[in-house]
Design a binder for this molecule. Structure first.
Ligand code: ZN
Length: 452
């Protein structure tokens, strides 16, 4: 039978016990409540009582209780997956509620794993929830995943993805991978210890697909690029589905197949992906035999401490009124910059300097290089909108101001620095980027202005 190569066994055979207490040892039979709860499963010959017992005895770890982790854990709990671990260090913030369907308004400010456990326990008391209120890194990942049968990657950053991948390869755990961005998503199952059901070859791992992390800052996150909330349900449900299939030993798992989804085109595509025999972790001669320093490898932190702090503040404000808008910033240095900001005076101006230029009636050309939809959310009066992407088409317009002082701003300072560098390369002399962008402006100069 083709599925035998990747078939899983959960729990151990038990001697018959009458009505065993649910919380002790593997489930060997279903009680009446369980038969009633799961009867839509039981009537499927491919699941049946035996399959439902496999689900109840399965242990699944979902890393990330965000956009993907929410639908994943909801469906797995509803399906009766007996032990669900959730790993996430974040708290619920108002901007999560657009897509993170586990949480409600009353959960804002609470640790996600606690709010999630409460909701999932209410959904299905059969499920044992294990809360891992922690970031996942090289020092804890091996212990974290050890007791689980299937690992689900619902994270949103590269260091954690490589970390989870390597640990799963090393411990021979299937890694049900999903990711989302804007209107698109992708799903696959990484499991080099199992066979591609179509080819009989060993499956690939995340490193086989992405040997190198992207350059730091080159791939925008969902916070930067946005994400359609509904996408989380589509991709998360597919991950939950692959997980249930793995537990049941059902059908063809997506090993060696990458399924992409474009919601705008309503199109799924399947790409074959193969194991790389030279892969440093799952290849024939692995050089990675234990977790490495993933923050160093990727050049970015797993968790931006600044963003965690901002999430906490956003949640605090929502809980205590104020429409989620910030109070006047108190944690800025005397120049009005965040503590530790590496200010480059030859390339940048601070929002306070720009404000005093405006107040003094100083003549300069003030460019907002964000996108029109961002401009609509919030903008500074007197700026000219020239999106970074349209710099080349607007170079003649900019040339009319070449003799003037030019200040460029964006959301938080990254794009405006690129814009500034491009103009200087084009021969512009007096052009600078506004440090911290409009988010810092809305903290320091225009408190109460939107943070998005
Ligand atoms: Zn590999």
């Amino acid at each position: 039978m083709p599925t035998s190569a990747w078939f899983f066994f959960f729990g151990e055979a038990m001697t018959q016990t009458l009505n065993p207490p649910r919380s002790q040892g593997p489930v060997t039979q279903l009680d009446n409540d369980q038969v009633n709860r799961y009867k839509r499963h039981l009537i499927l010959p491919e699941v049946g009582i035996e399959g439902q017992k496999k689900l109840l005895n399965a242990k699944v770890l979902c890393i990330g209780a965000g956009g993907l982790g929410c639908p994943i854990s909801l469906y797995l709990a509803a399906a009766g997956v007996g032990t669900i671990g959730l790993a996430d260090v974040d708290v619920v913030s108002p901007s999560n509620l657009q897509r993170q369907v586990l949480f409600g308004t009353k959960d804002v400010g609470e640790p996600k794993v606690e709010a999630a456990a409460r909701r999932l326990k209410d959904l299905n008391p059969d499920v044992k929830l294990i809360e891992h209120k922690t970031i996942v890194n090289s020092s804890n990942v091996m212990d974290l995943i050890r007791d689980y049968d299937v690992i689900i990657d619902g994270t949103d950053n590269f260091p954690t993805r490589y970390c989870v991948n390597d640990a799963c390869v090393l411990q021979k755990k299937p890694n049900v991978y999903g990711s989302i961005f804007r209107f698109e998503g992708m799903v696959t199952v990484f499991a080099p210890h199992l066979k591609n059901p179509d080819t009989g070859e060993q499956g690939p791992c995340y490193r086989c697909m992405y040997p190198e992390p992207p350059d730091p800052g080159s791939v925008p996150s969902c916070a930067e690029g946005g994400v359609l909330g509904v996408i989380c349900g589509t991709i998360g449900s597919l991950q939950a589905n692959e997980t249930v299939k793995l537990i049941l030993g059902l059908g063809r798992p997506a090993i060696g197949r990458l399924i992409t989804y474009s919601s705008v085109d309503m199109e799924f595509r399947t790409y074959k992906i193969r194991r790389d025999p030279n892969c440093p972790v799952c290849g024939n001669h692995p050089t990675i035999t234990k977790p490495i320093d993933y923050e160093q490898f990727c050049g970015v932190p797993i968790l931006d401490p600044k963003s965690l702090e901002e999430t906490k503040q956003e949640a605090q404000r929502a809980k205590h009124g104020g429409n989620g808008q910030p109070a006047p910033a108190s944690n800025l240095d005397p120049r009005g910059l965040p503590p530790g900001y590496a200010f480059r005076p030859d390339w940048e101006v601070t929002p306070r300097e720009v404000k005093s230029m405006l107040d003094n009636g100083e003549k300069f050309y003030f460019v907002d290089c964000r996108l029109p939809n961002e401009y609509q959310i919030t903008h500074i009066a007197g700026t000219e909108l020239i999106p970074l992407q349209q710099l080349a088409q607007n170079i003649d317009k900019l040339r009319q101001h070449q003799g003037e002082k030019i200040v460029v701003h964006c959301k938080s300072g990254g794009r405006s620095m690129q814009f500034t560098q491009a103009l200087r390369q084009a021969g512009f002399k007096d052009v600078k980027s506004m440090a911290g962008g409009i988010l810092l402006w809305n903290k320091d100069i225009n408190p109460g202005g939107p943070q998005y």
